[in-house]
Design a protein. Structure first.
Length: 203
């Protein structure tokens, strides 16, 4: 009987536009979706890996998406002092096949979003506009933002104003507001003339 030899876990880091966030990219799918932990409490409820990472004194936020983990550090630490420890830790954690997220996380987050009014019902013409705006964000904006270790979610559309939520490295990133105004707002106004402005909430 052949025993399956597991490919070793490879991990490398990528800069993000936010100097306080670093993307740790692996060659394994960690979670198909996005999981954003700003505080240890939510992590303790849903993510064993995020909980473990929060135990490092310099970890301020953990964001998990597809094959990478974006870590936001406390600003009084330097990456050169902490990066290798985090890299090693994530690599060993993934290599040992430990749990990344608990079952039911996605459903629980959907319930929270619904409670916050993300699935606010739009009618008629507005519903068609919202569908188009969501599709444009998912097709053109999300992939670019994910490359930078972050995420963007549509929140609401009201009287021409599109509200989006920024997560991961984009949250609190100095360049994200520039990207938002120059890139996303410009594109949406061109494609959907009814859009007058795009505003961001930090997730």
């Amino acid at each position: 009987m052949e025993t399956a030899v597991k490919n070793p876990v490879m991990i490398y880091t990528e800069q993000t536009p936010n100097p306080e966030s670093l993307k740790f990219v692996t060659n394994r799918m960690l979670y198909k979706g996005t999981a954003d932990f700003r505080e240890a409490e939510l992590a303790q409820e849903w993510s064993p890996i995020a909980t473990a990472l929060f135990e490092f004194p310099y970890v301020k936020g953990v964001y998990i998406c597809n094959n990478f983990v974006t870590i936001t550090k406390e600003f009084n630490y330097n990456w050169e002092d902490v990066m290798l420890k985090l890299k090693e830790y994530i690599k060993n954690y993934v290599q040992d096949d430990k749990a990344i997220l608990k079952d039911g996380f996605e459903e629980a987050m959907q319930k929270i979003e619904e409670a916050n009014g993300v699935s606010y019902e739009y009618t008629g013409e507005e519903a068609a506009l919202v569908k188009k705006i969501k599709e444009l964000i998912d097709t053109y904006v999300k992939p670019a933002v994910e490359m930078d270790g972050g995420n963007i979610e549509f929140k609401s559309f009201d009287k021409g104003v599109v509200t989006v939520e920024l997560q991961g490295s984009c949250s609190g990133c100095p360049s994200s507001s520039v990207t938002l105004k120059a890139g996303i707002e410009g594109m949406l106004k061109r494609m959907v003339p009814e859009v007058t402005e795009v505003v961001a909430e930090m997730g």
